[in-house]
Ligand binder design. Structure first.
Ligand code: CO
Length: 213
């Protein structure tokens, strides 16, 4: 099995360099992505392929259920580097319908450590309990929670001191987008308009929290 992966790697290199011998030389020199993708680790949601991006064009952070928790140093390091050093213009927070991490948050917690990871989604579902309970079935509740989660995570990205500072300095960018990907069709849906900067009240709060972030 592993030998097969090595064989495919060689075939990929051959494919890239057959018409463009300096393909990898250019990539070694620098990466210049315009986009940061924050998505789910699900193997069916391959970031670059979905949006037709080549290596060097998309900075990617993936975890279970595409969380952007203000306490997660891994995500914050990716965010800071991509915003302040790479100067990405757009941040795409991408959830997907059928997300197992989101589904687990709707079930009784017996999935092991991942239950700790998805605790924020469980809290989110409790915040929207009335809306979710009014939906006709489990699939509808699950899909709605996927959307609510994407919007919440995108809002949290917008509220980081990193993004607030960058947007103030750069006339509004990076722009933040909340997307949902459909495993069934392969298409992404833009949930609504770009996520705005926090209100002045929220901004003061974020500035205070910035001591730690
Ligand atoms: Co998922």
């Amino acid at each position: 099995m592993i030998e097969e992966l090595k064989r495919r790697n060689q075939a990929w290199v051959d494919g890239k360099t057959s018409g463009d011998p300096h393909y990898f030389d250019r990539l070694v020199e620098q990466q210049n992505p315009e986009y940061l993708w924050i998505g789910c680790a699900d193997s069916r949601v391959p970031a670059n392929e979905i949006v037709g991006m080549e290596p060097g064009e998309l900075f990617v952070h993936r975890n279970v259920a595409n969380l952007a928790s203000p306490q997660d140093l891994n995500y914050l390091a990716v965010l800071q580097y991509s915003v302040e050093v790479l100067k990405v213009r757009h941040i795409l927070v991408v959830g997907h319908y059928g997300c197992g991490g989101v589904r687990a948050a709707l079930e009784y917690p017996d999935h092991g450590l991942v239950d700790n990871w998805i605790a924020p989604i469980r809290t989110l579902s409790e915040e929207h309990q009335a809306e979710l309970a009014a939906l006709p079935n489990e699939v509808a509740r699950h899909n709605r929670l996927v959307e609510l989660n994407v919007r919440r995570q995108a809002k949290q990205v917008a509220e980081t001191p990193i993004v607030i500072k960058a947007r103030a300095a750069n006339s509004g960018w990076p722009h933040i987008h909340a997307w949902c990907y459909s495993l069934a069709t392969g298409l992404v849906t833009d949930l609504d308009a770009p996520i705005p900067a926090p209100t002045p009240k929220r901004r003061r709060k974020a500035k205070f929290l910035g001591v730690f972030g």
